[in-house]
Design a protein around this ligand. Structure first.
Ligand SMILES: Cc1cc2nc3c(=O)[nH]c(=O)nc-3n(C[C@H](O)[C@H](O)[C@H](O)COP(=O)(O)OP(=O)(O)OC[C@H]3O[C@@H](n4cnc5c(N)ncnc54)[C@H](O)[C@@H]3O)c2cc1C
Length: 296
């Protein structure tokens, strides 16, 4: 197979996920510009190789067997952020903390809710990430999406954004995101972001290895965490993974967990919630590689 110099082989992905589990990517690249990204996408298309993109791996479970794909992690200018007027322009790989910092320094508010979301601008689009009553949809102007066919600009309406959902699929890379923000004094932005982070620390295991919410909250009734807790599964362990003693919609890796352990815990929680409450939980965490939950 012809190689592109910037594509590495057999790269461990566990260190690129916040839960710290999973096997290697067959191919891995860190494109730093649109040109480099397009070169790598062209190579993958020529070779018939599937493409997957990761951000900070903060809502991601990677199969222990690894991923037979070219896994991209946007870097360089594709992970930077800047402000023009009241628009925050972030590379798809820009961490939310960096984007928020740029917005605050420029005296722009409206993105503070993302301070508690440890992902990237592009990962936030794919997930329509949100917290404290706000989500990406509310601040998004448009995005540049790149795939093997080239780059195009999509508006928030084109992306079909709803609760932790967008139309972005495998092989589509969110390379740039434009957010429309509003003028706000930097100290107000800082205070609001700090307040939200404190709230978060009070209820969630923010200092543990997790991948954020395991399941989406059902449309009606109690949240996924409350249902799993009522099943008596708080602190339940399988192998090296544990349902968080702090919040039952989180799985922690205190050390030595595998992705298979996490999947087994998810299956157990789903089975119990269906049996006891007749509610089918849908997973929020994204699965990468040959991975699936057993059918209910
Ligand atoms: C402690 C903790 C708290 C969290 N709190 C919240 C919260 O309050 N609200 C919330 O919504 N989420 C929360 N999350 C989950 C997570 O942070 C978000 O879903 C985040 O948006 C994921 O971004 P990421 O860059 O890490 O994406 P990843 O986890 O790396 O990937 C998630 C999905 O996005 C895709 N993707 C990533 N980048 C791109 C890109 N550039 N182009 C195309 N597809 C891409 C991946 O292929 C995958 O399907 C939390 C996670 C943790 C660990």
């Amino acid at each position: 197979m012809a190689s592109v110099p910037s594509v590495e082989e057999h790269v461990a992905l566990a260190r690129y996920t916040t839960i710290g589990t999973g096997g290697p990517a067959r191919w891995f690249a860190r494109p730093e510009s649109l040109d480099e990204l397009q070169e790598q996408l062209g190579w993958a298309a020529e070779q018939g190789v599937t493409v997957e993109t990761i951000g900070l791996g903060s809502n991601l479970l990677v199969a222990d067997a690894g991923v037979h794909a070219l896994v991209l992690k946007l870097s360089g200018e594709l992970a930077a952020a800047r402000v023009e007027g009241e628009t925050l322009i972030a590379g798809g790989g820009a961490p939310n903390a960096v984007a928020l910092h740029r917005a605050r320094a420029a005296g722009l508010g409206g993105f503070e809710f993302a301070s508690a979301i440890p992902g990237t601008a592009g990962g936030g689009v794919r997930m329509n990430a949100g917290a404290y009553g706000r989500d990406w949809r509310e601040v998004l102007i448009d995005v540049v999406v790149v795939d093997a066919q080239g780059a195009r600009t999509l508006t928030a309406d084109d992306l079909d954004l709803s609760y932790r959902h967008s139309s972005i699929g495998s092989g589509q890379v969110v390379a740039q995101v434009r957010f429309g923000l509003v003028s706000r004094p930097p100290e107000e932005v800082k205070a609001r972001a700090a307040e939200l982070l404190m709230k978060r620390k009070a209820t969630q295991p923010t200092n543990k290895r997790t991948f954020g919410s395991v399941f989406k909250n059902p449309a009606d009734g109690p949240g996924a965490g409350a249902l799993i807790e009522k099943c008596g599964l708080k602190s339940h362990r399988i192998g090296g993974a544990q349902i968080s003693p702090r919040h039952a919609n989180f799985i922690e890796n205190p050390g030595g967990a595998t992705t298979a352990d996490c999947i087994a815990l998810m299956a157990e929680a789903r089975r119990c919630v269906l049996e006891r409450f007749d509610v089918r939980l849908e997973h929020e965490v994204q699965l990468l590689g040959p991975l699936e939950l057993p059918p209910l």
